[in-house]
Design a binder for this molecule. Structure first.
Ligand code: ATR
Length: 282
């Protein structure tokens, strides 16, 4: 059996082993998929041992996505753009680093019926989670993408980094400080889609004020929180204004599906059914 694993710290609550076992069953394959919990400073040692022992591929989650980028011999273009790696695989003794997070988010949104082409999108946060999804979002050619962050400098850095890609897809890309969200006249119109990629979803606070929520959401908006397993304060703000909401569980399953296809071959895509796995997890 080919051996795969997910590495993170903490890792015990990871749903990845279950998800990948389901994909294996659906495509009638037998794989071994385990958990790895490296010490915070020991990702490289764990990954070296894993691949030296014949491991075929690894999913990487918090807090090791930057370590995984360092560890990979070669990065795919989208991993380079994301600045982080969530999927490692070995081919002819070369370890490749890829990133399927953004593709997973985009697929989950599209499956949920959210039109991205021509949409006005607000992305909250300017950390690794935001950077990881910006490329795939821009490639969907929304009309506008606004990055809002507590520290405006970090949002502005992302705008610089992705400026060329935005231009090539004719996207109006802007940054704004979270605190200025309700003030800035040209960004505070309602958004079609608001994505929470801040770490605020983990605690029970929303990154946006109620005043900002009132200008950002209408009943036609869609609010997406990358956190999963609960209705966050951010989602409640959107629900209160009649918007549709989603947590990030679909993104988790869809990024896993992409990783599975990288490892097991694109011809499996007809056989696996991520939405059935998502329903089981719900
Ligand atoms: P990740 O890789 O999960 O994105 P990160 O790189 O540490 O983690 O980034 C965390 C993001 O959440 C940042 O955008 C951070 O804002 P700052 O850059 O201003 O620090 C944001 N964040 C964390 N806690 C927040 C809170 N309580 N309110 C608003 N934004 C928050």
């Amino acid at each position: 059996k080919d051996v795969y694993a997910v590495a993170g710290n903490p890792i015990t609550h990871s749903k990845s082993p279950l998800i990948h076992q389901r994909f294996a069953q659906q495509s009638q394959q037998k794989i071994h998929y385990g958990f790895l919990q490296p010490e915070l400073d020991a990702f490289k040692k764990t990954a070296d041992t894993f691949f030296s022992a014949g491991g075929k591929g690894m999913n990487v989650t918090v807090p090791f996505k930057l370590d995984a980028r360092e560890f990979a011999h070669q990065l795919t273009p989208r991993a380079q753009l994301a600045g982080a790696v969530n999927t490692l695989y070995i081919q002819n003794a070369i370890i490749y680093g890829d990133n399927t997070d953004g593709a997973g988010l985009v697929r989950d949104l599209l499956v949920q019926g959210i039109a991205l082409r021509g949409a006005r999108i607000l992305l909250l946060g300017a950390g690794g989670a935001s950077r990881g999804v910006m490329g795939p979002l821009l490639e969907q050619a929304p009309k506008q993408l606004v990055i809002a962050n507590r520290s405006a400098d970090k949002a502005n850095e992302l705008v610089q980094l992705f400026g060329a890609l935005a231009t090539s897809h004719q996207v109006f890309l802007q940054s704004v400080a979270l605190g200025d969200l309700e003030k800035s006249a040209n960004t505070n119109t309602p958004f079609d889609l608001v994505i929470n990629a801040t770490a605020a979803g983990l605690t029970d606070e929303s990154p946006i004020s109620d005043a900002a929520a009132s200008t950002i959401f209408t009943s036609k908006s869609f609010a997406y929180d990358m956190v999963y397993g609960k209705t966050t304060a951010f989602m409640r703000q959107a629900l209160y204004r009649g918007a549709r909401v989603s947590d990030g569980l679909g993104m988790l399953v869809e990024q896993a599906a992409d990783a599975f296809l990288i490892w097991r071959g694109a011809d499996c895509s007809q056989k696996i059914d991520p939405r059935a796995v998502l329903n089981e997890l719900r």
